[in-house]
Design a protein around this ligand. Structure first.
Ligand code: ATP
Ligand code: MG
Length: 342
């Protein structure tokens, strides 16, 4: 092989191997006091979705802003498609799109005008910017509302327009910071479909979320982040299997003493069962055998059970184990705070 051919082969291999996102030992403090990121290392393959999952103040937006060249790390390095964000921020900016946590569109312009304006900022000609705006309006199902001012849009329509604005520059890499917070389940599903379409077209996506089912549905890889650190990463199934085995949950009839039931449960449980007063949750030693054993023993002890179920640990169980908080409580407190901010 000639040396030029060899060089091309090396460059080609490098290009193929480039990760979409790469962070190494990233630290960031604000005003010397708030340690937003405390040594984050993380990467994701091209053409995949990396989900950053974590409670309020975990450091998700800080990390996204650094990858998107809007903020500099105190220490560590970040790359997007193999390009160092500190060494060549212009190149990174050419390849990325960002839909931030708070809608960045102009309320007084129409949806079409917003997209046209972004197109012009990308130096598209008048004709190209008009065409691009129309294409995106169609893709995001916003044609009917295209000529109305954004202030008349619903929350879901704004989020879609925001996503649309981030698509104007045909980004290879897309950052979506809590794309569906505050949306109803149906609108969230619509956005998920759009995100899946983008990935099918080869876009690499990093999305932050506080919704477990969103990470579960969309992300090829999930990084759970808490207090500026990645505390777990892997596919949804890998995270779930870390908890080990199946979980049996049963509810004792009203008026029944719960302590004897917990004692019985502990004989068939790999860890100490937990209880909220009526429902007892236990990691089953042998899956369905554990379930049968508990049912028989409860029956023999004359403890009346309202319902019983065997399930694989959910991502919610993972989140609880890792962060000590139920994800739904985190999401609830987040939406209350956000409502307060506006
Ligand atoms: N510009 C800033 N100045 C001071 N502190 C900041 C700044 N930006 C972020 N922080 C702090 O850094 C920490 C991480 O914030 P960040 O916005 O990254 O969290 P998050 O995971 O995105 O949270 P949320 O789910 O609420 O959006 C928080 O303690 C936050 O208060
Ligand atoms: Mg955030």
């Amino acid at each position: 092989m000639s040396s030029i051919a060899a060089d091309i082969a090396i460059l080609y291999t490098k290009a193929c191997m480039a990760k979409a996102f790469e962070a190494k030992n990233v630290h960031k403090s604000f005003g010397g006091k708030v340690k937003a990121l405390a040594g984050v290392s993380l990467s994701s393959e091209e053409g995949k979705i990396l989900g950053l999952l974590g409670p309020n103040g975990a450091g998700k937006t800080t990390l996204v802003r650094m990858w998107a060249t809007l903020l500099q790390p105190d220490k560590g390095s970040l790359k997007v498609l193999g390009t160092d964000v500190m060494k060549d921020p212009d190149e990174v900016r050419r390849t990325i799109g960002l839909a931030g946590q708070y809608a960045a569109v102009d309320e007084f312009l129409t949806g079409r005008e917003n997209l046209y304006m972004v197109g012009r900022l990308y130096r598209l000609s008048h004709k190209e910017a008009k065409k691009r705006a129309q294409d995106i309006l169609e893709r995001l199902h916003l044609v009917d509302a295209a000529n109305r001012p954004v202030k008349t849009y619903s929350g879901g329509m704004r989020r879609r327009l925001d996503l649309g604005a981030s698509l104007v520059g045909h980004p290879k890499v897309l950052f979506l910071d809590e794309p569906t917070t505050g949306l109803d389940p149906r609108t969230r599903q619509d956005l998920w479909d759009i995100i899946r379409d983008l990935v099918a077209d080869g876009t690499s996506i990093l999305l932050t979320t506080q919704y477990l089912e969103e990470a579960d549905e969309l992300a090829d890889k999930i990084a759970v982040i808490d207090r500026g650190k990645v505390i777990a990463e892997g596919t949804s199934n890998q995270l779930k299997s870390k908890l080990g085995g199946d979980v049996v949950e049963f509810e004792v009839a009203t008026g029944t003493q719960v302590d004897p039931a917990i004692q019985i449960a502990s004989q068939f449980s790999s860890k100490k069962p937990t209880s909220d007063g009526t429902t007892i949750t236990m990691p089953a030693k042998d899956g369905s055998k554990g379930l049968l054993g508990v049912v028989r023993a409860l029956d023999e002890a004359n403890i009346k059970v309202e319902s019983i179920a065997l399930h694989r640990p959910s991502l919610d169980d993972v989140f609880l184990t890792l962060t000590g908080e139920r994800a739904k409580d985190v999401a609830r407190s987040a939406s209350t705070q956000k409502r307060g901010k506006h």
